[in-house]
Design a binder for this molecule. Structure first.
Ligand SMILES: [Zn+2]
Length: 307
């Protein structure tokens, strides 16, 4: 069930139903029990996995979240209420939780529709109730956090999520990276909390922020561990630059909607995450003065400005 990652950290892969992917939880051994990093989604399959873990005699000391996306926070409330262990969230995470509790599907769909996308149906986003609890403790960037028996530096790395944090222990050479840097894919940069801003700009700054750390092992929220974080940061940055260039050229001669660009790149059956990634790229290009938006027949189009 567990894969040993370091001398005191174990990985537990928590599956989503219907083979729709999975999330990594990490269990960090300590004198008072295990610190659990991230929980999986609020679904029976995930609860079954955790019940089995607890039945095996594993004692959980506390739960700490890297960020509050559904697949990471999903069972935090269950851990607090049913298992009876404290849940620790960042100061920024609490703000996002409060916003998500009040964000209706209609409001979220308004944002999607504004960019010409298809409305999401009920049930395609997690239940609001997963955000409806009070964390037992908050942490912020200026404070180290104890995970297992060791103190970790807390590094705020907004971009993939506004409240995304990495945790780093220099002595051990270990970094928990959440979804900031993934090995197999480039993390999606989207507008998931219904607020419009420029998350890709934040993401680039957050890549710069972790680039000077040289962990021996980085443990991400999905997929396999990363042994050369610096190299992976360079690859992800290059991939974004490639996509930015690509969409810039796609609107060089005529204005296009996000949907049009999305279909040209990914085909007709693109995912909402691809749609979001195109929106945030256009917002980034607009911010640096490379494209402008034009509202045509009520829809937002983007057009390149000559460089
Ligand atoms: Zn995730």
């Amino acid at each position: 069930m567990f894969t040993k990652m370091t001398d005191d950290i174990y990985k537990l892969v928590v599956q989503f139903p219907f083979g729709m992917g999975n999330v990594n939880s990490y269990l960090i051994e300590g004198t008072n029990g295990y610190t659990v990093i991230d929980t999986g989604t609020n679904q029976q399959e995930a609860i079954d996995i955790w019940e089995e873990v607890l039945k095996s005699g594993i004692k959980v000391e506390k739960v700490v979240l890297t960020h509050t996306h559904e697949d990471h926070i999903g069972l935090a409330r269950w851990f607090q209420e049913v298992v009876g262990v404290p849940v620790i969230v960042s100061k920024e995470g609490l703000e996002v939780m409060e916003r998500r509790r009040n964000l209706s599907l209609e409001q979220f769909n308004q944002l999607i529709k504004k960019y010409g996308g298809d409305e999401l149906s009920k049930g395609s986003r997690g239940e609001i109730s997963i955000f409806d609890f009070t964390p037992d403790e908050l942490f912020e960037e200026t404070q180290p956090i104890k995970l297992g028996d060791y103190l970790y530096e807390t590094i705020w790395t907004p971009g993939h999520a506004e409240d995304q944090y990495c945790f780093y222990n220099q002595e051990k050479g270990t970094m928990i990276v959440g979804d900031h840097v993934l090995k197999e894919v480039s993390p999606v940069i989207g507008l998931w909390s219904g607020v419009e801003f420029n998350p890709l700009k934040d993401y680039f700054s957050s890549l710069d922020k972790v680039e000077n750390y040289l962990p021996k092992i980085s443990l991400p929220g999905h997929g396999e561990p990363i042994f050369d974080l610096q190299q992976r940061v360079v690859e992800i940055r290059e991939k974004h630059q490639y996509r930015l260039e690509q969409i810039y050229h796609m609107v060089e001669n005529e204005p296009k909607t996000v949907t049009q660009v999305c279909e040209e790149i990914y085909g007709e059956n693109y995912q909402i995450s691809a749609f979001m990634a195109i929106i945030t790229r256009f917002i980034y290009l607009e911010d640096i003065g490379h494209v402008e938006r034009r509202v045509m027949e009520g829809e937002i189009n983007f057009l390149a400005i000559e460089k």
